[in-house]
Design a protein around this ligand. Structure first.
Ligand code: UN1
Length: 482
């Protein structure tokens, strides 16, 4: 049984259900403790008591701890990727990339610990000076989704610790297996007791306690829009009247625009990658392919052929390119979206069928769905599916394509495929998204630059890199009159 970690000790949960992998539902990964409310409160109390020690930890020791975690993740990449692939269903071709990214993020923040600085300015009042410094927030709750079960925890926990906070980490209930080794490595990193805590379990139980406890000063959340809204509401209506800081990464309905001058092979490759890799289970997935009229038919033909050629199967089989959907609930949701799109008049070119058994294994397999003849107002183009489902929207020209691309409540990532430098510059200015990808897939981001979106996709400070300090620290302005 895999336990929770509180105040420097491994501890029981209220129960410990088994965790089943999506590629073979007969298999069991392990039994992972689920904390009850009281146990979550103990983890918060332990983080709260340790927050002074976290802030006072000498920077070299902090940097060494993060470097230790980075080195061990990278050294164990093969095994961690195998576990990730087995648990979440990301193919073995993709899983190592996520693990390496987690390692590199810890390494980046190990360096960042030693690069913290402040500012010293002359005051407008004669003889006085003003100093601007950053201080830790205190206790940070990290609430993460199942789709990047090691990289997203890494990009929240590493900066939280780097900037001197204590952490309570609540991984997704579907993927505790990938969160657990990361936590186990952190438990041996030389951090004082209570600085890092792990509480596994369900959002409604564990998450809600974290959201409502006034000792938690900041909540970093990635997940669904509806849960994001709940996080925001509870952070601003805390019973003690003190609002918590919060940072939300939620959905996307990311457009990939294919302009008339695009290189077609590039366009098809970017669309395949963005729409279907990681089973489309990425908030950065290219779910709307907006294609200019003059290249539309050729693009659709080529994309349909390549989509059907992608091999769906057991995530850990060597010739699988796309694994299963993460669980039964997500599969049902994907199928509902597919049925509704058909009823709304979208034409299914290929895929969209559940395969209950593949490679001789019972799993949540879904063939890759490509819809054409869709309009932007259809539900399939307005709601995030979070599955291997892509739609093509025909645009008259570039103006029409950009207008469609922006006609969404989301604004995380947006891509364009073009050979024109002029159009590339225009797209950078006009697309309403936190991240713009020119001739690159909308998904798959670098670890050392800001990550985040606009509109309904995100709220609060950006994640990753030195910009993460905006969330994980609070500024202090000191006036010095010598
Ligand atoms: C990526 O596209 O590389 O939940 C990362 C998600 C995002 C991470 C996407 N927060 O899908």
């Amino acid at each position: 049984m895999f336990q929770n970690y509180t105040d420097g000790a491994w501890c029981e949960g209220a129960d410990a259900p088994a965790n089943f992998p999506p590629s073979d539902t007969r298999d069991v990964i392990g039994e992972y403790a689920r904390a009850n409310g009281q146990q979550v409160e103990q983890a918060i109390a332990s983080a709260h008591a340790a927050s002074g020690r976290a802030a006072a930890l000498p920077v070299q020791q902090r940097a060494d701890a993060l470097e230790f975690v980075a080195a061990e993740i990278l050294a164990r990449c093969h095994d961690l990727a195998d576990l990730l692939s087995r648990e979440e269903g990301k193919s073995l071709a993709e899983a190592p990339g996520e693990v390496v990214r987690a390692g590199h993020i810890f390494r980046y923040f190990a360096g960042e610990v030693l690069r913290q600085s402040g500012e010293l300015l002359p005051s407008v009042r004669h003889g006085m000076a003003v100093e601007i410094t950053r201080e830790p927030v205190g206790v940070v709750a990290v609430i993460t989704p199942w789709n990047f079960p090691i990289a997203i925890p890494a990009w929240k926990i590493a900066p939280a610790l780097a900037y001197g906070n204590a952490v309570v980490f609540k991984p997704a209930d579907l993927t505790p297996g990938s969160a657990w080794p990361l936590s186990e490595i952190l438990s041996r990193a030389g951090l004082p007791s209570g600085v890092f805590n792990l509480v596994m379990g369900r959002g409604r139980e564990v998450g809600d306690v974290l959201l409502n406890d006034p000792r938690v000063g900041a909540i970093s959340f990635t997940g669904s829009e509806s849960t994001g809204r709940r996080v925001a509401q509870s952070c601003v209506t805390r019973p003690n009247g003190v609002m918590a800081k919060f940072q939300l990464e939620m959905g996307g309905k990311n457009p990939l625009v294919v302009l008339a001058d695009a290189d077609l092979d590039t366009a098809v490759e970017r669309a395949l990658n963005g729409a279907f890799y990681s089973m489309g289970q990425r908030c950065t997935a290219s779910s709307r392919l907006i294609v200019c009229d003059s290249v539309h038919d050729r693009f659709v033909d080529a994309l349909a052929t390549k989509t059907q050629a992608l091999r769906v199967g057991d995530a850990r089989s060597a010739n699988t390119q796309i694994g299963p959907v993460v669980d039964e609930g997500q599969l049902e949701q994907d199928l509902e979206f597919i049925t509704r799109a058909g009823a709304d008049g979208a034409r299914l070119v290929c895929g969209g069928t559940h395969q209950p058994v593949l490679d001789g294994q019972p799993g949540h397999f879904l063939t890759l769905a490509l819809f054409v003849d869709t309009h932007n107002a259809m539900q399939i183009n307005q709601e995030e599916v979070f599955g291997p489902v892509a739609t093509v929207i025909r645009a008259r020209d570039a103006d029409d394509a950009f207008a469609i691309a922006n006609d969404t409540r989301f604004g995380l990532s947006a891509g364009v495929v073009t050979t024109s430098l002029r159009e590339a510059g225009r797209v950078k200015r006009e697309l309403q998204a936190g991240m713009v990808m020119i001739n690159a897939p909308t998904a798959g981001v670098d670890p050392h630059v800001p990550f985040g979106g606009r509109k309904g996709s995100s709220y609060g400070a950006r994640e990753q890199c030195s910009y993460a300090s905006d969330f994980y620290t609070t500024l202090k302005t000191t006036y010095l009159n010598p």
